[in-house]
Write a protein that binds this ligand. Structure first.
Ligand code: FAD
Length: 265
């Protein structure tokens, strides 16, 4: 790890100012992804801006039809939240499946979606629920937030403050874990709303994506049998040491059926 300056501001505007004034500086949330990256010298920012003193960024609130989760809320807190378990059980289940206890205690929802790892779980929940990402400067709809491999719509100096989730009628998540890392080889989030239905897939390609044929089929009949015969195209799916594209395509159907089952249970 190369030496770096360390800042711990206690207001978002101060954090944003540091971030924009120190070229190549990085925000530090749970450090679960960033610290190993620094240790391996894959990045050597001149300064880290630690968000841990920004108390406003941590916590879960219920605003009527929406649940708002602060960016610095760790996965374990989301998994254990009675509010999330009651209102969006599929999201609490997703958080409980991330990594191991140490990762869930340190890692945060904001860090996860800012990083946008193609196998991360939260992007499926955020896109699947059609959430809104609230940043230090604006609000970004999930459909426009994830831009592919480790890329998001965040501008330099922009800080995720919270994620606002509309409460669905039903939602469920299922993932096939890579055995060593526990990241999603394929994970599928399904959410049913009074006015629509969304299916979001993580792990299968270079970024999270929706599956319109499954959304249409499930809108007509919210039952696993409705999508049993739908197989997604392997074009654009990942083939790597863990699985071929063809196998991932197969897993998308299997996980989508399990996600519907979970939503119905
Ligand atoms: C062993 C292991 C297993 C894991 N397994 C899984 C898994 O199964 N599923 C899964 O989804 N993830 C998994 N992860 C990743 C984990 O969920 C991390 O918590 C997550 O990727 C990063 O969150 P963090 O809070 O640690 O962010 P950090 O590592 O601190 O930051 C990550 C990146 O996001 C930026 N960032 C952080 N917060 C903000 C913000 N508020 N606004 C803008 N940018 C920000 C940082 O600058 C950095 O570039 C695993 C990690 C490890 C080490």
């Amino acid at each position: 790890m190369k030496p770096f300056a360390y800042h711990q501001p206690d207001r978002i505007p101060d954090a944003a100012k540091l971030l924009t004034s120190i070229e190549d500086s990085k925000l530090l949330a749970g450090g679960m992804t960033l610290i190993p990256t620094l240790k391996q010298r894959l990045a050597s920012p001149p300064a880290l801006v630690d968000l841990s003193r920004l108390g406003d960024l941590k916590g879960i609130t219920n605003d009527g039809g929406t649940i708002t989760i602060g960016a610095m809320t760790p996965h374990a807190m989301v998994a254990a939240s009675k509010l999330v378990q009651t209102k969006i059980p599929g999201l609490a289940a997703l958080a409980s499946m991330i990594g191991d206890p140490a990762v869930r205690i340190r890692g945060t929802i904001g860090g996860s979606i800012a990083n946008n790892d193609p196998s991360a779980d939260y992007p499926a929940g955020v896109l699947g629920l059609g959430a809104t990402v609230v940043t230090s400067t604006r609000e970004i709809a999930a459909d426009g937030f994830f831009r592919g491999l480790f890329e998001t719509a965040l501008e330099p100096g922009e800080i995720i403050a919270a994620i606002r989730f509309p409460v669905p009628l039903r939602a469920g998540y299922a993932k096939f874990k890579a055995p060593a890392s526990r990241y999603a080889l394929v994970g599928v989030f399904v959410a049913k709303f009074a006015d629509g239905l969304r299916v979001a897939v993580t792990g299968a390609g270079s970024g999270v994506f929706r599956v319109p044929p499954m959304e249409e089929a499930l809108s007509r009949n919210f039952d696993p049998s409705a999508i049993a015969a739908i197989r997604i195209d392997t074009d654009g799916l990942t083939s790597d040491i863990h699985a071929e594209a063809d196998y991932r395509a197969h897993l998308v159907t299997v996980m989508a059926k399990r996600a519907v089952d979970a939503a119905l249970s």
